[in-house]
Structures are given as structure tokens and as C-alpha cells.
Design a protein around this ligand. Sequence first.
Ligand code: A3P
Length: 282
Amino acid sequence: AEGMSDEEKIFTYNGVLYPSIMCPEETLKRLDSIQAREDDVMLVAYPKCGFNWMVGVLRKIIGEATGKKMDSKTPPLIEFSAPEYLKVCQEAKQDPSPRLLGTHIHPDNIPASFFEKKTKMLVVFRNPKDTLVSFYHFYQNNPVLPSGQSWETFFSNFMSGEVAWGSYFEHAKAWEKRMDDPNIMVVTYEELKEVDMGVRNISRFFGFQLTEEQVQQIAEGSTFRAMREKSNDSHAGMGKVFFRKGEVGDWKNNFTPEQSQKMDEVFKAELEGTRLGAKLNY
Ligand code: A3P
């Protein structure tokens, strides 16, 4: 990313912004070449909703339940295939089941085979205010993203969906429609912070049997502190950028009262009365 301008770091594909180094256009174009399997463990989250946390949890669940050795260096995003990252699409072909795959992509753009094969998907959401704050800091500290935006500019870009991977609200509305699908489990960052990080329910959902002891051990190994400490050699050396603060309610340190009100208005206009809205306290 050295020497790249903010404009070069992000590009539009099918009306949605993507980071050009992480998700080159060629990868997005051939995303459908990835063939889903029925027994894939698929993780989906809008950026900054807790994706990497759940990557850690799911790796441990799969490892414990099946004995499969899980890579711990790179996030398994199907849209990441720049040379710096794992070539997920190519390597996935050789990877024995159960594979752990993930994406930040809007459900309408997830390869159709995942829905055709009825692949189970864990979908993670987070309160939009904390998501926005986390995303802002990520833009500031990740050299492959544009860092020249002020808080005010980033706020308005988030609200209008002009951020990497598109509009939070569009993602939320699309998943709301699929909440009854038995192959989809929607969880929130906030509820994962509570009892055992959902480890028991998540492993059951994917059909893995774990002992009570294994469940506890996985939850203890996946606290923010534990994951941050272990993150040094992960994420191309940027672990600390991904494991920033790990709290609920950090928005209160960043939002003005007007911004908070604006978010409430927009969220209610888009998602009031929905089940996902209720899960997120709207
Ligand atoms: P903050 O920026 O608020 O700290 P993603 O992985 O989707 O990019 O999400 C990143 C957010 O999840 C960051 O939020 C990060 O700190 C938080 N996070 C990562 N691991 C966590 C954990 N084990 N427990 C709680 N939060 C975690």
C-alpha cells in the first residue's frame, strides 16, 4: 500500500466499494468459481461486527470436534486473494471438510452454491454505533484502507453506505429476510459477550458434539484479552489493529448526541420492528 493514494485504495464494483488490495476486482469477478460444500462452516459478517473473534471460536470448535489442524494466520475470506493473503479460492479446493470459510459480502453476492447446497451460515451483527466506531479506527490504522477521512466524513459515509463492503443497513435488511432459514443462525456481538460466547449453540448448529469442558475451554481461549495476546503473528502482523478494544458501548466515547440521534432515526426507518432490529435493541 506504500505510495498509494486514498483513491487508489478503494474501488467500486457493482455499485459497492471494496478495498483494492484486499479484494482485487479479478477475485470478485470469479467468486462464483468457489464451490460450496454441504458441510462447509460458513461465517458471514458485515465488517467490524466480530468476524475475527468468531473465526477464532470456529477454528477451535472444528479443531476440537474433528481433530482437523486449523491454520491460524489468515482470515478465510473468500473475497481475499491478493498475494499477501491466503489464496482462499484456490486452496479451498484441496482443503478437506469441514472447511471454514467466511465473507463480508452482501448475501445477494455470496456465490449461489452456498444457498443451493444449504451450507450452514453463522451471521454476526453488532450494534451499528459500535460497528461504525470500530470501522472508523480500522480505516485509520489499516494501511490498505483510506485514512484521510475525518470522523465527521466517515460518519456520513457510513450512513450513506459509502464504505468498504457497502451499507450496514442493506446487509441487515437482507439478512432479516433470511432469519427463518434453518441453515442460517444470526447472532449479535453483544449476545456473544454474554454466556459462553454462544460456543455451545454455535457448535450444535454446525452439528459438532463438544463436551461441557471443551465448550468452557474454547470460551476461555477466545476472550478479547486471550485473542489479542495471541494475535502478534496473525493478520500479516496487524493483529493489534484487528483486536483493538473489544467492548460494548465504545460509541459513547465517539458519537455526538446529534450523531447518536441520527443513527437512531436511520436505523428505525430501515429496521424498526424487525427481529434483527430487536436483537440490536431497536
Ligand atoms: P473494536 O474495534 O470495537 O475493538 P472484525 O473482526 O469483524 O473486524 O471486528 C473487529 C472488532 O471485534 C473489534 O472491535 C475487535 O476488538 C473486536 N473483537 C475481536 N476479538 C474479540 C473478542 N475475542 N471479544 C470481543 N471483541 C473482539
